[in-house]
Design a protein around this ligand. Structure first.
Ligand code: ZN
Length: 351
C-alpha cells in the first residue's frame, strides 16, 4: 500500500509507510496455494521463519495455484452461404400457327432472392501478441509483504538497509480491503498467475517468497535476490490502501537512480511497457496518484537497492469498492497478471 499525499507532511508520512511496502503486509488469512513447477526453495538466512527463495531448475515441493489462466483467443470463421444458382430462364415456346397473335412471353420466373451473406462476426479484441522473447531471460517476481508478517512484529520491525545510507523496517503488513482480504494474499495470487504466463514464453522466473504464510523476506533481502539472480528485470507486486474515492493502478520507479542513468532509463522503459500492458488488459491508471499511471519515488527501499531494471506496481486501491472487488476475485487477479505479462513481454521483446 502507499499513503496518499494530502499534504506534504502527510505525503512524507505516507511515503515512509509505503516505503515499507516492499516488506510486509497483511493478516495471514489465506493459505496460499503454491505453484507447481520445477524450482528449488532456498531458505533466506536473514529471516527466522525462513522466507524462501525460489530458484528455478531444481525440484522442490513448490505450491501450485488452483487456477492457471490460459488465455485463449478464438477466431471465429465467418460462414457464408453458397450463392444459390440462379434459376434457368424458361424457354419460350411460340404457339403453333395459325396463331393470330404471338403468345405473350411468359413471365420469367423471378430470381430467387439471394440471402445476403451474413456479416462476419467482429473479431474479438486481439490479445497483444507477445513479441518474440530471446532465450535465457530471467524475471524476478516479488509479491509484496507476506501472510504472517503481522504476527511477527519483532522480525518485520527491525531496521535494515534501505539504500543511500538509510534504514527502514524489514517489512510491513500491507493493507487489505474493507472486507479483510489482504494485500499479501492479492500479491501472492497475482504472482502465481503471472509466473506460468512468463514461463510459457520460456522465461525463467525467480520468486522472492514461496508461500503466503511466512514472514518477510526483508526489503533488502528481496532486492538482493534480484541483484544476485542475473535477472533481466524485477516486478514487485503491491496493492494500495488509499481514500475510498481513489482507484486505478500506478507503476513506480526509483527516482534517485541507484544504479546510474542507463539503468534508470531501462527501468523507465520497463515502467512504460508495464503501464501500457496493464492498460491493454483493461485496467485504468490511478485517478489520484502519480501521473498517467507512472510515479517515480525516492523513498522505497526495494527500488533504491535494486541494481537492475525494476518496477513496483500498486495494482489498485483496496479501499475502493470497485478495485477491491476486482482485486479480491480470481478474474481480477488474472487480469492484473495478464497486464504485467503484456508489459514484460513487450519490454523484453523490444530489448
Ligand atoms: Zn504493499
Amino acid at each position: 500500500m502507499t499513503a496518499r499525499p494530502r499534504s506534504v507532511a502527510t505525503l512524507l508520512a505516507g511515503v515512509a509507510a509505503c516505503a515499507v511496502l516492499i516488506a510486509s503486509c497483511a493478516a495471514p488469512t489465506e493459505q496460499a496455494t503454491p505453484p507447481t513447477s520445477s524450482s528449488v526453495v532456498v531458505s533466506s538466512p536473514a529471516v527466522s521463519s525462513g522466507p524462501l527463495i525460489t530458484v528455478p531448475g531444481l525440484s522442490s515441493p513448490a505450491e501450485s495455484t488452483t487456477e492457471s489462466p490460459t488465455p485463449t483467443s478464438e477466431s471465429p470463421t465467418p460462414s457464408s452461404e453458397p450463392e444459390p444458382a440462379p434459376a434457368p430462364e424458361p424457354e419460350i415456346t411460340p404457339e403453333p400457327e395459325p396463331a393470330p397473335a404471338p403468345a405473350p412471353e411468359p413471365e420469367p420466373e423471378p430470381e430467387p432472392e439471394q440471402e445476403p451473406a451474413p456479416a462476419p462476426a467482429p473479431e474479438p479484441e486481439p490479445a497483444p501478441a507477445p513479441a518474440p522473447i530471446a532465450g535465457g531471460r530471467v524475471v524476478v517476481i516479488d509479491p509484496g509483504h507476506n501472510g504472517a508478517n503481522g504476527a511477527n512484529p519483532d522480525i518485520i520491525n527491525r531496521q535494515v538497509d534501505a539504500g543511500f545510507g538509510e534504514t527502514k523496517p524489514c517489512n510491513t503488513t500491507g493493507t487489505s480491503t474493507n472486507d479483510g482480504y489482504t494485500e499479501a494474499s492479492f500479491n501472492w495470487k497475482v504472482a502465481n498467475y503471472l509466473r506460468p504466463m512468463l514461463e510459457s514464453q520460456g522465461i525463467t522466473v525467480v520468486m522472492t517468497r514461496d508461500s503466503n504464510d511466512g514472514v518477510g523476506p526483508c526489503v533488502n533481502e528481496r532486492a538482493q535476490i534480484g541483484n544476485s539472480s542475473g535477472a533481466d528485470l524485477v516486478v514487485s507486486i503491491h496493492g494500495d490502501g488509499d481514500d475510498a474515492s481513489a482507484s486505478g493502478f500506478y507503476v513506480m520507479t526509483a527516482e534517485r537512480d541507484p544504479a546510474g542513468a542507463e539503468m534508470a532509463a531501462r527501468s523507465d522503459d520497463l515502467a512504460v511497457n508495464v503501464r501500457d500492458g496493464l492498460r491493454s488488459a483493461g485496467l485504468s491508471p490511478s485517478n489520484h496518484l502519480g501521473s498517467n499511471g507512472l510515479w517515480p519515488r525516492s523513498d522505497l527501499a526495494g527500488l533504491n537497492l535494486s541494481m537492475i531494471p525494476t518496477v513496483m506496481i500498486e495494482a489498485g486501491n483496496m479501499r475502493n469498492s470497485g478495485d477491491a472487488a476486482l482485486m479480491s476475485s480470481a478474474g481480477g487477479q488474472q487480469q492484473v497478471a495478464q497486464g504485467l505479462a503484456n508489459g514484460v513481454f513487450s519490454y523484453l521483446g523490444s530489448g
